[in-house]
Design a binder for this molecule. Structure first.
Ligand code: SAH
Length: 507
């Protein structure tokens, strides 16, 4: 068959220089010499890199991809997409030359591999440094239009994100806009970061990946998303589109990203206010820190419930696990936390490596996120969520609710959280502040009770409330605890209010 070249897609990357740092350094960073036009054969056609301008003051590199639809179809077959030549694909390639489709992202990864990875032996220090960049994509297929383009690039550190819809036909503006957007990004970023954003976001905007989505796409996404995707407000859209809306992979990626985000914001145990003494405790003896009072309240409630197999969900650095180990009534203790750092500290605190066999058999520490169901958490007598819920973004709370009350379903669940009303009593806390930098919310007694009653009702539990710390007549106790007890025989909690996991995650 005659080899036809139908589509050409491209983008340009420009930088400016200053004395001592010529703009042509861009050539080193991209590993492509400014004086040579270079051609690479990629899986979907031929990629060209050339420099329309290359002086010490300004340097522009252009990437052009000549898409070879024959190769594309052949490759599609080989990869097991079902084998049928993709008619829609040929049409797509014909649709508009120079469109920066998802294929461009594939070409980028082939042609700018080292630059994407931030590797440059010639100029190692420049790789790490932000540089003035202007990136232009003249025809970016964008499902969601210019507005989505701005939403996706907006939070990524550019000083200007200029996205304008391309008219269907310049001469007939009344025909309206095409599905293409002209994008110009300007700002000071590291080249590798900019390339990795494009590598992910071009196919996301295109929303039509023309190659097989394999499980290793999750790894690719996480690698390219390092440093920006975990905290991106459109993370869900990006992840799900990038992975061609495959729910299983999307879930897996989101879970990993959550681990990353939490590990990054991981400055626990600076719950300094917790370790501070409750000044209002009216006692002659040495006052007891609130954290200790809370552990005592939790232990008492667990004993009252007759629990022996206990989950400590969001166990942090293991203080409660340690206290539980001291009481032989607790025969099996599982601490779960999303933070590897906290778990490492916990295992040191417990001296897990030096523990006798019988003790060691009682305790397990596991990394996991509580917003995802986990079969291994089923069948326990009790679960403790001590000062954990307020670390979750409110929209993630239904997912935790489902994982704990819908899926794990221990007989007893203890939830403690700060009572925000009490904050006025902390002398060291400025007005209107939460107690800890990572607290996403703090609730009044009414708010907490309202939430707890609904949860109980949805999942077949009864709930009581116990104050922890001095119960101030006006503002209540510093910590509030809810004690949930299962009321329905298990396996039958099928009230209409029950959500499925998918719904909970979507909420
Ligand atoms: N329970 C301990 C620690 C509270 S700090 C105590 O009472 O002292 C909150 C803990 O919740 C942190 O260790 C944090 O890593 C953990 N955490 C927050 N979100 C989580 C999630 N989604 N899954 C698992 N653990 C989480």
């Amino acid at each position: 068959m005659e080899r036809t070249i139908l589509g050409r897609v491209f983008l340009t990357i420009s930088t400016t220089g200053d004395p001592g740092r010529p703009a042509t350094d861009l050539g080193f960073l991209l590993h492509k010499h400014p004086e040579k036009a270079q051609t690479f054969s990629t899986s979907h056609g031929t990629a060209h890199v050339f420099y329309p301008e290359a002086s010490a003051e300004r340097c522009t590199a252009a990437l052009l991809l000549e898409v070879d639809p024959v190769a594309l179809v052949r490759r599609g077959k080989g990869k097991g997409r079902g084998g049928a030549p993709d008619a829609a694909l040929a049409q797509y390639v014909n649709d508009r030359p120079y469109a920066a489709s998802s294929l461009l992202s594939v070409a980028m990864s082939a042609v700018f591999k080292s630059a994407l990875n931030g590797v440059c032996r010639a100029l190692p220090e420049r790789v790490q440094a932000p540089m003035p960049l202007r990136i232009e994509v003249p025809a970016l297929p964008a499902r969601g239009g210019a507005e989505l383009v701005r939403k996706l690039f907006g939070p990524l550190g550019w000083t200007s994100v200029d996205a304008v819809a391309v008219p269907l036909d310049e001469q007939f503006p009344e025909w309206g806009d095409s599905r293409y957007v002209r994008l110009v990004l300007e700002g000071e970023l590291r080249l590798a970061d900019a390339l990795r954003q494009l590598y992910v976001l071009l196919p996301v905007l295109d929303d039509a990946k023309h190659y097989w989505v394999a499980p290793d796409e999750v790894d690719k996404l996480l690698r390219a998303g390092e440093g920006w995707l975990a905290t991106h407000p459109e993370q869900k859209l990006i992840t799900s589109r990038y992975l061609s809306r495959r729910w299983g992979l999307t879930r897996q990626a989101m879970q990993q990203l959550e681990l990353v985000r939490l590990a990054e914001s991981d400055d626990l145990d600076v719950e300094s206010i917790d370790n501070a003494v409750d000044e209002t405790t009216d006692t002659e003896e040495k006052p007891v820190p609130l954290a200790e009072q809370r552990r005592a309240a939790v232990l008492e409630a667990l004993r009252a419930a007759g629990a022996s197999r206990v989950l400590d969900l969001g166990c942090g650095q293991g203080q409660l696990v340690q206290a539980l180990l001291k009481d032989v009534a607790f025969t099996e203790i599982v601490g779960v936390d999303v933070s590897m750092r906290a778990l490492t500290i916990a295992s040191r605190r417990l001296k897990l490596d030096r523990m006798g066999e019988r003790q060691a058999a009682r305790v397990t520490l596991r990394q996991g996120s509580l917003t995802y169901t986990d079969k291994q958490l089923k069948g326990y007598d009790a679960a403790v969520l001590s000062e954990v819920i307020e670390h979750l973004d409110l929209p993630r709370l239904p997912a935790l609710e489902y994982a704990v009350f819908g899926s794990a379903r221990p007989r007893t669940v203890l939830v403690t959280t700060p009572n925000v009303e009490y904050n006025v009593r902390w002398e060291t806390l400025p007005a209107g502040h939460v107690r800890h930098g990572d607290h996403r919310f703090e609730w009044t007694r009414d708010e907490f009770r309202g939430w707890a009653r609904e949860v109980a009702q949805r999942h077949g539990y009864g709930v009581d409330f116990v104050p922890v710390g001095t119960d101030d007549p006006e503002v209540g106790p510093p910590t509030q605890m809810a004690v949930f007890t299962m009321t329905t025989a298990d396996g039958t909690a099928k009230q209409s209010g029950n959500r499925t996991e998918k719904e909970a995650n979507a909420a």
